[in-house]
Design a protein around this ligand. Structure first.
Ligand code: GDP
Ligand code: MG
Length: 173
């Protein structure tokens, strides 16, 4: 069975753990230990073929920055997550993007990355418009999607989309 390694990156509190656990176990968690680095696994079907998706949920802080090299290098595809209710998390998106490109030693557009604006159920607390997210993603040649780990809006879609991109890219090697 084909395996795709997906890495969740983004500022603390944006919902990386909530998204991961919601996707893999279909539970919404509200207090997840922010220091945990953990792997999750789920079998999904793409184009009538089963494949494994391994999701690495990264913590806010790691003891050694060299650990990030390892994490970024091991990923086949990445979800860069910000919260639509937290502008500072949005402002870090390009930072994460640059780190991935640098560490994987590839050019723009050569690694599957989707920009994810999470917590889209919290419309009244919105600080980043859909258009801003969309425009940023377009500038760096990534797909863009808004999700909610709470209501599950676009939640499965984003994991399927990144797994599909990863699968398609692997065909070329
Ligand atoms: P992480 O640090 O990126 O892993 O963030 P967490 O997954 O721990 O989420 C931080 C907080 O935001 C938790 O209280 C979650 O329950 C909450 N949260 C995460 N995703 C959503 C969402 O889509 N909608 C709402 N309303 N809350 C969310
Ligand atoms: Mg977390």
């Amino acid at each position: 069975m084909e395996e795709h390694k997906i890495v969740m990156v983004g500022n603390g509190g944006v919902g990386k753990s909530a998204m991961t656990v919601r996707f893999v176990q279909d539970v919404f968690v509200t207090e997840y230990d922010p220091t945990i680095e953990d792997y999750y696994h789920k079998v999904i079907t793409i184009d009538e073929k089963e494949c494994g998706v391994e999701v690495l949920d990264t913590p806010s802080h790691l003891e050694f920055s060299s650990m990030w090299d390892c994490i970024y290098r091991s990923g086949d595809g990445f979800l860069i997550v910000y919260s639509i209710t937290d502008r500072s998390s949005f402002e870090q998106v390009t930072n994460y993007y640059d780190k991935i490109i640098l560490r994987k030693d590839v050019n723009d557009g050569e690694v599957p990355i989707i920009i994810v604006g999470n917590k889209c159920d919290l419309e009244i607390e919105r600080e980043v418009s859909y258009q801003e997210g969309h425009d940023l993603a377009q500038r760096i040649l990534c797909k863009f999607i808004e999700t909610s780990a709470l209501t599950k809006q676009n939640l499965e879609e984003v994991f399927y989309a990144i797994a599909r991109e990863t699968k398609n890219l692997k065909r070329y090697y």
